[in-house]
Design a protein around this ligand. Structure first.
Ligand SMILES: C[S@@+](CC[C@H](N)C(=O)[O-])C[C@H]1O[C@@H](n2cnc3c(N)ncnc32)[C@H](O)[C@@H]1O
Length: 236
């Protein structure tokens, strides 16, 4: 999905998202509940930017998985101390448990439907140590997004310029985001197109999915970036 644009993801989000501050919030939240937490798993880790700060500024060991091989390569390069693997959050087993399992920046929406949501939460839970926690930042609830919304982002750095325009469509419980990129440097211009589909789950559906996966869950309306936050603990 991101394979043609993985190299410009960090450039685009550098101006939109403060990964260092978010990592500090994640670290504080985990240490409040698990003071001696050390091992974290970042599910749908993208380019490993949260991981980088969680390691560098907060002393955690962070491993990660992502579906996109190009992201996994970038994450590995930034985080040589961790293990970064290409895997599908819907069904994966690293054979290892962590003090906290993270799934940030709405990545959970990519599972699209309720059966896959519940299956993913079971996979995440499989990796949470006894007394460990889950931190899941959701995508939007039904009704929160505007059909036909168009957004344009420009970014510049490292000798490149990027224009990214997106348009969102709402189709029942699915949001579809069409991205068009124009990426230029001194060697030339290239275009790329992406189509993302993310499921729109209500808070009730999210809570029920956590509970049926055997996870006790609390909800924070605001979370790290205003999209809310689910905090889970294993019940067995
Ligand atoms: C919005 S990006 C967030 C990436 C990263 N967590 C961040 O905060 O920058 C969504 C991520 O979810 C990943 N993803 C989508 N579906 C996935 C799946 N089924 N299993 C694992 N990763 C998935 C994408 O490849 C992408 O890296």
């Amino acid at each position: 999905m991101f394979s043609e644009t993985a190299d410009v993801y960090d450039l685009i989000y550098r101006g939109l998202k403060d990964f260092q501050d978010e990592a500090a919030q994640v670290a504080a939240l985990i240490r409040l509940r698990i003071p001696f937490a050390k091992r974290l798993l970042d599910v749908a880790c993208g380019t490993g930017e949260h991981a980088r700060y969680l390691v560098r500024d907060h002393g955690f060991h962070v491993d990660g998985i992502d579906l996109e091989p190009a992201f996994v390569d970038i994450a590995r390069g930034k985080n040589p101390g961790g293990t970064f693997t290409c895997a599908d959050m819907v069904d994966f087993d690293l054979g290892s448990e962590y003090d906290a399992v993270l799934c940030l920046f709405s990545s959970i929406g990519y599972v699209k439907d309720l059966p896959r949501l519940e299956q993913s939460l079971r996979s995440l839970k499989r990796h949470v140590a006894r007394d460990g926690m889950l931190v899941v930042e959701p995508w939007f609830e039904p009704g929160a997004m505007q059909h036909g919304y168009v957004m344009c982002v420009n970014a510049e750095g490292e000798g490149r310029k990027v224009c990214r325009m997106s348009r969102t469509e709402i189709d029942g419980r699915l949001s579809r985001v069409h991205f068009e990129y124009l990426i230029g440097d001194s060697r030339g211009l290239r275009r790329a197109s992406e189509f993302h589909e993310l499921g729109l789950f209500t808070r009730g559906e999210m809570t029920a999915a956590f509970e049926s996966a055997g996870i006790e869950v609390e909800y924070d309306e605001v979370g790290f970036i205003g999209r809310g936050l689910y905090l889970g603990t294993r019940v067995d």
